[in-house]
Design a protein around this ligand. Structure first.
Ligand SMILES: [Zn+2]
Length: 255
């Protein structure tokens, strides 16, 4: 699919629309619920992905599905305007305040910047909602102690901007998507990987990346591809409608 989309072949776009439009729809509903332009927003994202400037298909070959959806998620969110937060919070202040937390606790707190409540966070992290709530209450206390102004929605209000800052802050020691997925799939654990754990503990780029990978896994688990009829308006918007020859035409062609 990635190769076909890069070459702008209709079959690539048809596959992308059918399979991943529900992911785009969910991301928009989750991260920009007030944008309120529903299907027009979805269409705008799809058209944006097709622009030559789109980086979605540039560096992914081969492209295992989860890596692709992780890039798709970033492409969808990069187009959203970051609203002005009533109280602003930058990554450095957050990092300083939440320094005492463990990696797992940092991830649980970070999910708040990604607009997930305790229950959704707990499900993605496979921890109990009570644990998620407890960690977040502690994170809130730590932040409160370090910021001049504080409010209950501080992390969520600054979420998009913090996510962008974290995504842009990576370095050469950062964990690759493969390493993170190996941990998430249970092929390896943090135990015995002290160097990595020490790095991630101090690196919000990796904390964000790890949380985003969990989100991608949850998105794919819940994903249901569109039917041809549901996908038809998007095919039309992208100009990739393929008319099936009518049975009559086929009949005549055989003669
Ligand atoms: Zn890192």
């Amino acid at each position: 699919m990635v190769r076909d989309c890069r070459a702008d072949l209709p079959q690539g776009w048809r596959y992308l629309v059918t399979t991943y439009t529900p992911v785009i729809r969910r991301l928009l509903a989750h991260y920009a619920p007030s944008a309120g332009d529903g299907e027009a927003g979805v269409e705008r994202v799809l058209l944006g992905l097709r622009l030559p400037a789109s980086s979605l298909f540039q560096s992914l070959d081969p492209a295992p599905e989860r890596w692709f959806v992780a890039e798709l998620r970033q492409a969808v969110l990069s187009a959203l305007p970051a609203p002005e937060a009533p109280v602003s919070l930058d990554l450095e202040t957050l990092a300083g305040a939440l320094e005492p937390l463990t990696v797992v606790e940092k991830v649980a707190a970070w999910f708040e910047t990604m607009h997930y409540d305790d229950a959704a966070t707990a499900e993605m992290m496979r921890i109990s909602p009570a644990t998620a709530a407890k960690v977040r209450a502690r994170a809130a206390e730590l932040l409160r102690g370090k910021s001049d102004a504080w409010n209950r929605t501080l992390l969520a209000d600054n979420g998009l901007a913090l996510g962008r800052e974290a995504a842009a802050s990576g370095g050469k020691d950062c964990a690759s998507p493969k390493v993170l997925l190996d941990i998430l799939d249970g092929r390896t654990t943090w135990q015995g990987r002290e160097v990595l754990e020490r790095h991630v503990t101090a690196c919000w780029h990796c904390v964000d990346h790890y949380a985003r990978m969990m989100e991608v896994i949850a998105l794919l688990r819940a994903n249901r591809p569109l039917t041809d009829a549901e996908a038809a308006p998007y095919f039309r918007a992208l100009g990739v409608t393929v008319e099936r020859p009518s049975p009559w035409k086929r009949l005549f062609a055989r003669r």
